[in-house]
Write a protein that binds this ligand. Structure first.
Ligand code: SF4
Length: 287
């Protein structure tokens, strides 16, 4: 039986950079107390470890206003211009911006294109923090579209020019379909496919492995949208796909005839958890 771990499994560049930033800041007492605006990564293990080291998660603008010293870290997802200004303006508080450079590029595009007079359409999930942040960089109207129905009912004026961007973790094929639907409606649109390569590569590789695997394991937090999407992609081609958060969750029922077990993990899954799952599967342990 072969166990194949996807090369693209686990932290992407942006998340790794943001998590490392927090650990680095903790090394220097002068940065303390350290806060993150929202959990630094959608992973309870990592957030729990940081909590034990004294990192507190802020969730609202009011909580930011209550901070008088220390460091507030903006996570890889980024924040709206308003939140960014609010943190930077706090006297006695250092703002460390760990927004992923790919997300920063979307913020710049949204800001520039809206300043030029284009309304903004973000293809993504309206409740996702990255999308909430991106929307907050538009100086004009912005709409978030996630489904064909929403594309059909897009509230933006079809006679005004629009700029379409994507949530970095959105599925490419669905993005293309929604863009086509919006264009059919007659929008004069410039379209930026801002889906991150890390996501595309992870999704493609997961699909390829799952299509050959007898059993596929996707490791990730259910709150992480890219992990849930990986599961969806794998489940479509491999019926025996498991979605777990860590090794203990795995209730692997092997028949002994399996030739290939595939493993992948979402962008917010740390290496140690991936290794733990791989070694448990390899050792044939039951959970
Ligand atoms: Fe950055 Fe891509 Fe990771 Fe998002 S998925 S944080 S854009 S590297």
């Amino acid at each position: 039986m072969e166990i194949r771990l996807a090369k693209s499994a686990g932290f992407c560049f942006g998340v790794e950079r943001a998590v490392n930033t927090v650990y680095e800041l903790l090394k220097d007492e002068s940065n303390h107390p350290v806060y993150t605006y929202g959990p630094i990564v959608h992973n309870r293990e990592v957030v729990g470890d940081l909590e034990r080291r004294g990192v507190r998660v802020l969730n609202t603008p009011e909580e930011i206003r209550g901070i008088e010293k220390g460091t507030i870290v903006i996570r890889a997802h980024g924040v709206s211009e308003e939140i960014s200004r609010l943190i930077s303006a706090r006297p006695g508080v250092k703002c460390v911006d760990a927004t992923c450079p790919f997300v920063q590029r979307i913020h710049r595009t949204v800001r520039e294109e809206s300043l030029k007079g284009r309304n903004i359409i973000i293809i993504g999930n309206a409740g996702h923090p990255e999308v909430v942040g991106t929307k907050g960089w538009s100086v004009r109207e912005a709409a978030v579209i996630e489904t064909a129905e929403e594309a059909q009912n897009c509230p933006l004026d079809v006679n005004e020019p629009v700029c379409i961007v994507a949530q970095t973790t959105f599925r490419a094929t669905k993005f293309e379909d929604l863009v086509a639907r919006l264009q059919e409606k007659g929008y004069n649109a410039i379209c930026m496919n801002t889906i991150c390569n890390a996501t595309q590569e992870r999704q493609t590789e997961a699909g390829e492995i799952a299509s050959k695997a007898d059993v596929m394991i996707v490791i990730g937090d259910p709150a992480s949208s890219n992990s849930a999407k990986l599961y969806e992609i794998c489940r479509r081609v491999c019926e025996r796909t498991y979605f777990i958060q860590r090794a203990e969750d795995l209730n692997l029922q092997l028949t002994g005839t399996e030739a290939l077990i595939g493993i992948t993990a979402g962008a917010s899954t740390p290496k140690n958890i991936i290794e733990e799952v791989r070694s448990h599967v390899g050792s044939g342990n039951e959970f």
